[in-house]
Write a protein that binds this ligand. Structure first.
Ligand code: ADP
Ligand code: ADP
Length: 233
């Protein structure tokens, strides 16, 4: 599903300082896996995730997703490819001026889906995430966990084969975190969507990830299945 081959990335700060964010990172993710990338702040997790949908281009190396080398694609091809990659964020990134229905509909409107099809799909997605009664509410009327459910519905709208999660539970309390992780597991199992998540919270990777990479100073320092990394349960 994903093959990351020897990617490196150096940022130059506006003061001219060079920061090696990624240094020769390689890993692969199988179709249907939940793959976790864990590390402390500044380790390079977000940079890896942004390289998976080419919001960031590595200086060196290759990123393959579903048989395509994203690192060789034009911006137009990438835009098309990104439709098969959903993403959710720590702070949900919902549009405050749009209802829940309209937030979930947005990616479908952008891909010129006919109106009737949009309505069916959005209502189906809201049902999947358990928010059918909230369709006409605005995001600020929702709890953090409900907002993340909306964001998940929006990320799934275009039927992606891959879902990228950027600290998706870091702003949530433990009980809400648990319910969001359960939803991600359901989505992974029922819709066969591959999930890559980044987090600094060890209990998140321990509870749902099939395999885990530990990132430190821009390098993968450990990689294995849950039992190899954390010992048997
Ligand atoms: P993490 O997600 O693990 O916190 P990041 O991938 O965000 O780590 O960052 C890795 C390193 O790259 C950090 O040292 C960070 O300060 C630096 N970095 C990230 N983005 C930029 C940027 N746009 N400009 C300069 N440095 C950056
Ligand atoms: P009909 O097609 O029967 O006239 P509507 O298009 O008004 O019905 O929508 C029916 C349901 O679809 C609503 O109850 C609501 O849940 C959802 N819906 C459609 N459009 C919106 C919207 N812009 N904002 C929120 N909910 C919507």
């Amino acid at each position: 599903m994903i093959e990351v081959k020897h990617i490196s990335k150096v940022y130059t700060t506006n003061k001219g300082k060079r920061v090696q964010a990624l240094d020769d990172v390689s890993f692969s993710v199988e179709k249907g896996e939940i793959f976790g990338i864990i590390g402390s702040s500044g380790a390079g997790k977000s940079t890896i995730l942004r390289c998976l949908n080419m919001l960031e281009k590595p200086d060196e190396g290759e990123v393959w997703v579903a048989g395509n080398a994203l690192t060789n694609m034009s911006e137009r091809q990438l835009q098309n490819e990104r439709r098969h990659i959903g993403m959710i964020f720590q702070h949900f990134n919902l549009l405050a001026s749009r209802t829940i229905f309209e937030n979930v509909a947005l990616p479908l409107e952008l891909s010129q889906t006919p109106k009737a099809a949009i309505k069916n799909r959005v209502l189906e997605l809201l049902e999947l995430v358990g928010l059918s009664e909230k369709a006409t509410d605005y995001p600020n009327a929702l709890s953090g966990g409900q907002k993340q459910r909306v964001a998940i519905a929006r990320a799934l709208a275009t039927n992606p084969s891959l879902l990228l999660c950027d600290e998706a539970t870091s702003a949530l309390d433990p009980a809400t975190t648990k319910s969001i992780l359960k939803l991600l597991q359901t989505i992974n199992a029922q819709l066969q969507i591959t999930i890559v998540l980044i987090t600094h919270e060890i209990h998140v990777v321990k509870s749902i990830c099939d395999r885990v990479a530990i990132v430190k100073d821009g390098k993968i320092v450990e990689l294995g299945n849950r039992e190899q990394i954390f010992g048997s349960p």
